[in-house]
Design a protein around this ligand. Structure first.
Ligand code: CA
Length: 246
């Protein structure tokens, strides 16, 4: 009996899922429904998890809430256009490092878009083949920086094995404390509100019992010791990590 097409597609999909333990999540912001559908179909077939938004405002909210691995962003969109969405994504701590591929209707448009956004990682001109789209997505995901050890003053964090050391001495932190400190240390000098910090460190993780940032920060400061005051309070805002300027 011939193998059914569905079976072949399912096998192909499971191969991709095996290759990448957690499927990469892609947010596609595109107002044309037929393009949305074809992109979603092909990316899901290639093993990606896809979320769709039909306008700029919705897309921006979806990107902030879900912090995907990559964003496909159409240029001409209702409510907020793609360039405005791109600028807002780059200005937000939670979304500034997410690779963005802009989908542009005309090749001349690409130059204008490049000039105005500066923040996109790649551009594709419509109509594009699905093979090209997937190749560009893979390339953008590969370029995404890997987590490396972070050091500020005598404090160093290793995101690979979740260890924190002060002067080479191991310090005990809870996993929530570690993630909060890492979020701060990844962006030295950047002031986070408490809400932004929670979002940057924990995303939409729902199993965090205590979302009281101040309590965690107090515990981290105590663990690091007073010689290592790398977490600074920013009046009226929240917290930031020492960046060597002061
Ligand atoms: Ca459009």
């Amino acid at each position: 009996m011939p193998i059914q097409l569905d079976t072949l597609l399912a096998e192909e999909k499971s191969d991709h899922l095996l290759m990448q333990n957690t499927p990469h999540h892609i947010v596609c912001i595109e107002d044309e429904e037929d393009i949305q559908e074809i992109i979603a179909f092909n990316l899901e077939r290639a093993g990606y998890q896809v979320s769709l938004a039909g306008d700029g405002v919705q897309g921006l909210a979806l990107a902030k809430a879900s912090q995907p691995d990559l964003i496909l962003l159409d240029v001409m969109l209702p409510r907020l256009n793609g360039m405005q969405v791109c600028q807002k994504l780059r200005a937000n701590a939670a979304t500034q490092d997410i690779p963005i591929i802009m989908l542009s209707a005309r090749s001349e448009e690409v130059d204008i878009v490049k000039g105005l956004t500066g923040g996109a990682d790649d551009y594709i001109t419509k109509p594009f083949s699905q093979a090209e789209l997937i190749a560009r997505i893979q390339a953008a995901l590969r370029r995404k920086p890997k987590s490396i050890a972070l050091t500020v003053k005598q404090v160093s964090l290793d995101p690979e094995d979740f260890t924190c050391k002060v002067d080479g001495r191991l310090i005990k932190l809870t996993s929530t404390e570690f993630k909060l400190l890492m979020a701060l240390m990844q962006k030295p000098g950047r002031a986070f509100s408490r809400e932004q910090l929670i979002q940057a460190a924990l995303g939409d993780q729902t199993d965090v019992v205590d979302r009281n940032v101040d309590v965690h920060i107090r515990a981290i400061r105590k663990a690091l010791g007073s010689d290592n005051a790398i977490i600074e309070t920013v009046r009226g805002v929240g917290y930031r990590c020492y960046n060597g300027d002061r």
